[in-house]
Structures are given as structure tokens and as C-alpha cells.
Write a protein that binds this ligand. Structure first.
Ligand SMILES: *Cc1c(COP(=O)(O)O)cnc(C)c1O
Length: 430
């Protein structure tokens, strides 16, 4: 792995965001933060400036990922899937093979390293689906910091397996009991903590959104995905791909894989959002593809949010908890406006169909989030030719989704098993 992160530098040079004071990508981004947190953000900006010009930091980061998380992750040629469609050659970037099962660990380890560099002893994070909480708890355990994770009570109920692991990994999990008891309330609570703790505590943001410089920091750490992918595809096929697909929640895995291809205009970059039950149903989380996100300021930054005419955030829906988010990375909103990244959405039903194909042709179980990228690619592949190359970023593994997948597939045997299990507990409890 080469030393300095040239890939990240190329995108930040084009967008100018890192040289503009408050980190704008066109109209998007910025820093809308309470006065009291200004010193915390200044400190992070200052240290990020230092590390991104420091070859040895990037090398240490790459070494940790190699030794601990198993990087580089492979780029797998999907021969049976390719044969199934009989068109473009399909390659799959295997972020599922990271320790803890998804790309989120890249960012969590990077930011916990940054926290140590800043002399912090504690990290906090908010989590919706719990995956970012697990990644942060894992990184904090490995690097010896304490961790507190904020999570809405409602989300804890829905994702109890992740709560279990966070606690077992030594993190304190704080249930947020007010409001909708979901992600946005957890964000408020984490910020409340940070206001009084930033001297000892770093806030590990989980995706490429939020106030500047978080979108840049997360994009920087995740760029390792695309750096590897570009080297791997050139080695495997002697050329760049025609298209690269990634699912988009907040935007971190998409930016991670896209950045390396950004300077190569001939490579099409396609982000796939959660189409939920479809555009007409109103039950989805598609901010860009369905054209429904409106420019607004919330959660510290300006981007396209799913909101009503009064600026209240809408409820979002998706079979994939990690894509269920009202905002989107300001970097992606900007690249979409410039038409450098195209967006489409995959519905829950399309995702379940795509998942069945991937499992049976390749023996892979992508996370429901990642399966959106597959569904998007399968939609387009009928118009491709045999000389095309598609890369699909498989952001995570799907065995964590067993409850949702079994429900989505309407698996009767699984339902009967859950029933028997709960009966067994009832008997024991008596
Ligand atoms: C969290 C998550 C996502 C969505 O987050 P991004 O920041 O958009 O990448 C996608 N895939 C998996 C497996 C996730 O855990």
C-alpha cells in the first residue's frame, strides 16, 4: 500500500472543501454547530490537517487494518453471476470480510486512532441500526479507550443483537427515551454529552455526513476501499471498470469506493438508495433518486433532507436499517448535482429478489444494505455488453440480518423455530 492518500487529495482538491473555511461542497456541507462546540471542531480540524499530510499516520492506519481487520479485502470475480446475466463481467469488492463484517470498522479504527493522537481517553457515538455502535465499541476495545454509545430505545428493541455485542465489548450503551426514540434523538443526546466532555472525549461520527470536517474525515478513512479496488481491477483485467455500484445511506461506503475512480470520467459511478415500498408509497429513504430531498440545515450541516413543507424531518423506511436515513453526504449531494455520480433506488422487493440470486449463484450473503447495490446493478446489466465490467461494493455481510431476511423471504420454518425458542424460554422462566 502506497504512503500518502493521493486519492483523497484529488477529490478534495476538486471540491475545494478543505480549503474553504467551513467545508462546503458547492451549496452543501458547512458547519452549523453550537457556539460551545467550536473549540472541539477547531481541534479536530487542526489534527485532521496534520494527519492527512502525514505519510506515517496513513501507513500506521493501513498496517492496523491489515493486521487486525484483514485488509486488503479481495475483489472477487463473480463468474457464476456473470454467466447468469450473460452480459457485463461482474466483480465484487468484499468489505464483508472485514473484522466485524462491514466497512464501518475502517472509519471507526481511523477515528479512534485520531482520538488517541488528540490525547483523548474516551469516545462517544450515536447509532441507529447499531452497526456503527458495534464498530466503535470494537475499535475502542482494541485501542484501549472507553466508549459510550447512544441509541434510541425503539432502535434498541429492533436491533437487540447489536446492543448485546456493544455491551459485551465493554461499551456503555445509553438508551434514549424521549422523542421518537430513534437515531435523531440519539444524536441530540450524544451532542449533549460532548458539550460537557470534549476535553477528554472524541465524537466518532459513523458516516460521511454531519458538520465539517466529519464528511471529509470519513471519506478520507474509507477511501482505502477504492484505492485497493482500483489496483485490483487493473491487475485482474488490465483496465478500469465501466461502472461502480454502491448503496447509499449516509454515503461512506459509496464515497469510499468512488473516490479512486473520480478522476476517470469514463467510469460511471452509481449510488443506490433505499426505495422501500416505492416512490408512490412515500415509504422509502430516497433523497436523490426519487427527487424528494429538499435543501435544508439539520444535524449540523446543509444537504438534501427528506422533510415536509415546514422543514420537519419525514419518517424514512427501508428493509435495510443502515440505509434508513433522512439526510445524505454533502459530498454526494454535490457530485449528484454535477452529474458525476448517478443515483437510482432499489425497492425492498427488488432487494429480496437480488439477494436470492446472489446467494444461489455465488454462495455470498450480502447485507440487506449492500444488496441494494446488487439490485441496482442487476437492473442496469441487461443494457450492458460482454466487454463491460461492473464492480459492486459489497459493504457488509448479511448473516447479521437473519431476522429481517427470514421475514423478507417469509420463511415458515424460521418462524416456527423462533416460536419454539421463545416457548423454551417461557418454560425456563417458570
Ligand atoms: C451502515 C451501513 C451502510 C450504510 O452506510 P453508508 O455510510 O452509506 O455506507 C451500508 N452497508 C452496510 C453493511 C452498513 O453497515
Amino acid at each position: 500500500m502506497s504512503a500518502k492518500n493521493e486519492v483523497f487529495e484529488s477529490i478534495s482538491a476538486t471540491t475545494n472543501a478543505l480549503t474553504s473555511v467551513n467545508g462546503y461542497y458547492g451549496d452543501y456541507g458547512g458547519m452549523f454547530i453550537p457556539e460551545i462546540l467550536v473549540p472541539a471542531f477547531e481541534e479536530i480540524k487542526e489534527h485532521f490537517e496534520v494527519i492527512r499530510h502525514d505519510d506515517s499516520f496513513w501507513q500506521q492506519y493501513c498496517a492496523l487494518l491489515a493486521d487486525y481487520s484483514g485488509r486488503p479485502t479481495p475483489l472477487t470475480y463473480a463468474d457464476r453471476l456473470t454467466e447468469h446475466f450473460g452480459r457485463a463481467k461482474i466483480y465484487i469488492k468484499r468489505e464483508d470480510l472485514n473484522h466485524s463484517g462491514a466497512h464501518k470498522i475502517n472509519n471507526a479504527l481511523g477515528q479512534v486512532m485520531l482520538a488517541k493522537k488528540m490525547g483523548k481517553t474516551r469516545v462517544i457515538a450515536e447509532t441507529g441500526a447499531g452497526q456503527h455502535g458495534v464498530a466503535t465499541a470494537t475499535a475502542a476495545a482494541k485501542l484501549g479507550l472507553s466508549a459510550t454509545i447512544y441509541m434510541g430505545r425503539e432502535d434498541m428493541e429492533r436491533q437487540y443483537a447489536n446492543v448485546f455485542w456493544m455491551k459485551r465489548l465493554g461499551a456503555e450503551v445509553v438508551a434514549v427515551d424521549y422523542g421518537s426514540q430513534t437515531l435523531k434523538d440519539a444524536i441530540n443526546e450524544a451532542l449533549r454529552d460532548w458539550v460537557s466532555s470534549f476535553e477528554t472525549t472524541h465524537y466518532v461520527l459513523g458516516t460521511a455526513s454531519g458538520a465539517h470536517p466529519f464528511p471529509a474525515i470519513v471519506a478520507y478513512f474509507q477511501s482505502i476501499i477504492g484505492i485497493e479496488t482500483k489496483e485490483q481491477i487493473v491487475r485482474a483485467s488490465g483496465r478500469l471498470p465501466s461502472r461502480v455500484y454502491a448503496c447509499v445511506g449516509g454515503g461512506s461506503n459509496a464515497l469510499g469506493v468512488f473516490q479512486a475512480f473520480y478522476p476517470h470520467e469514463e467510469v460511471k459511478l452509481i449510488g443506490i438508495e433505499a426505495g422501500g415500498q416505492g416512490k408512490e408509497s412515500g415509504k422509502h429513504a430516497s433523497r436523490i433518486a426519487y427527487g424528494e430531498g429538499k435543501l435544508g440545515v439539520a444535524q449540523g450541516y446543509k444537504t438534501l433532507f427528506l422533510q415536509n413543507n415546514d422543514g420537519q424531518m419525514n419518517d424514512t423506511f427501508s428493509i435495510a436499517a443502515g440505509l434508513d436515513y433522512v439526510g445524505v453526504s454533502p459530498i454526494l449531494a454535490y457530485l449528484a448535482e454535477r452529474e458525476r455520480v448517478q443515483f437510482s433506488a432499489a425497492t425492498d422487493a427488488e432487494v429480496i429478489r437480488a439477494l436470492e440470486i446472489v446467494m444461489k449463484t455465488e454462495g455470498l450473503i450480502p447485507a440487506l444494505e449492500s444488496t441494494h447495490a446488487f439490485a441496482g446493478a442487476f437492473h442496469d446489466i441487461v443494457e450492458s455488453s460482454k466487454s463491460d465490467i461492473f464492480i459492486i461494493n459489497m459493504s457488509g455481510r448479511g448473516d447479521k440480518d437473519i431476522f429481517n431476511i427470514a421475514e423478507g423471504l417469509n420463511d415458515e420454518e424460521w418462524k416456527a423455530f423462533i416460536h419454539r425458542k421463545s416457548k423454551q424460554f417461557e418454560v425456563q422462566a417458570r
